[in-house]
Design a protein around this ligand. Structure first.
Ligand SMILES: Cc1cc2nc3c(=O)[nH]c(=O)nc-3n(C[C@H](O)[C@H](O)[C@H](O)COP(=O)(O)O)c2cc1C
Length: 378
């Protein structure tokens, strides 16, 4: 494939049409920097709540940290109330210099959907329109594009994505990202790229496709099959930040598959822990790093005891000692290529919704209570 077109989000041009998916607990400043060191694209901050931001919640503020080299600040907001969302967008633009705001309408976690938030919200078309309008209105003064990220719907009988696309477009959103699964599916099964293609057909704003991009070749295939303007990559880059190098190459028209040996992976692990430590302090940084160990070592022979010790690492010095025990020459396990990583799980037995949620599809008069510290994400 020859070089691709850049992704245009309102005033923002992203030369390589690749977006790091917001992932709660993962896409903090350190991880975004690590990925950006490898490739090119837009790197979205983990989700923060509108109410938390507006009320000055400490946890929320601590999540709004950006790396010095992060020239384009992109944040995903969660919200269910147009007033809070509008105010939160204003704060992000005015106080944090954010250049892109994404709205989360895809979270499948029962705790969130039970209150009508995340993936449950697009069922209420009127409320969705009001939230988008509030966000777009607040961002307009700063020329900051607002996008939304959603799923196909609640379940196969309650699809919302085509309405969401229309509403996003009418509300002035700069793009819509679609994860080709329903809330009911959570992360199970396969993402439905046909639905992504249908959304592309039905709107004029850019569509970003999301779901099951494990390799750079998958991203190109998604573009070819669906006509999306860009791709959003989540689990595929867990323990593999170099996927962004392959993606950047692929969208340039080069075929690159980075296959680091274990020594190079260890180097990347060290860099990740180091960046986390820089941003959070060594103790917390090392604790945060632990969750990534299994992803980095997936498919490598590295012994159980060593993995176990790495997953308990408390300092960079211990990390160095442990990483030195890995066989640097072990080649990359190519059997891992193209296979799922990160959470997959089973479909939900049912989608937990507020009582009577399905009875009407407007919801304009609803005052859906927002949590200050909703940290579960997508
Ligand atoms: C650990 C984790 C946290 C996530 N947190 C969020 C989030 O905060 N906001 C969101 O919109 N999606 C979130 N997601 C969903 C991803 O952004 C993405 O839509 C999903 O993983 C499908 O893409 P993939 O197949 O490339 O992983 C999360 C996913 C994972 C695995």
């Amino acid at each position: 494939m020859a070089g691709s077109a850049p992704l245009t989000l309102g005033s923002l041009t992203i030369e390589t049409p690749v977006v790091l998916a917001p992932m709660a607990g993962i896409t903090n400043a350190a991880y975004r920097r690590l990925c950006a060191e490898q490739g090119a694209g837009l790197y979205v901050c983990e989700m923060i709540t509108s109410r938390g931001l507006v009320e000055g919640d400490e946890t929320t503020r601590k999540m709004l940290v950006f790396d010095d080299l992060e020239t384009v600040r992109s944040v995903q907001l969660y919200g269910t109330d147009p007033v809070y969302v509008g105010k939160a967008v204003e704060i992000l633009c005015a106080d944090y210099g954010v250049a892109h705001v994404d709205l989360n309408f895809g979270c499948p976690v029962p705790k969130v959907t039970r209150k009508g938030g995340g993936g449950a919200l697009p069922w209420k078309r009127g409320l969705l329109a009001d939230i988008l309008a509030a966000a777009v209105g607040a961002a307009a003064a700063y020329d900051v594009p607002v996008t939304m990220k959603t799923r196909k719907g609640l379940d196969d009988d309650h699809l919302t994505y085509l309405d969401a696309g229309r509403i996003a477009q009418e509300s002035g959103a700069a793009a819509i990202a679609l994860h080709g699964r329903t809330v009911e599916q959570a992360y199970s099964g396969q993402a439905d790229w046909d639905a992504i293609g249908q959304l592309v057909e039905s709107v004029d704003i850019p569509v970003l496709g999301n779901g099951d991009i494990w390799e750079a070749s998958d991203a190109l295939r998604m573009v070819a099959e669906t006509g999306v303007d860009g791709v959003v990559v989540g689990r595929g880059c867990l323990g593999r930040p170099w996927l962004f190098r392959d993606l950047a190459a692929a969208f340039r028209g080069d075929d690159v598959a980075t296959l680091p040996n274990l020594g190079e992976v260890a180097h990347m692990m060290r860099r990740h822990a180091e960046l986390l430590s820089e941003h959070m302090g060594e103790e917390r940084g090392c604790k945060e790093f632990r969750k990534h160990v299994g992803w980095y070592l997936k498919g490598f022979r590295a012994g159980g005891e060593l993995r176990h010790s790495l997953a308990l690492v408390e300092s960079l010095a211990t990390l160095d000692t442990l990483l030195a025990d890995l066989d640097p020459d072990e080649p990359f396990p190519t059997s891992e290529l193209g296979t799922p990583r990160g959470r997959q799980g089973a479909p939900r037995k049912r989608v937990v919704l507020p009582e009577g949620w399905l009875d009407d599809t407007d919801g304009r008069d609803l005052h859906v209570r927002e949590d200050t510290t909703e940290l579960t994400g997508g």
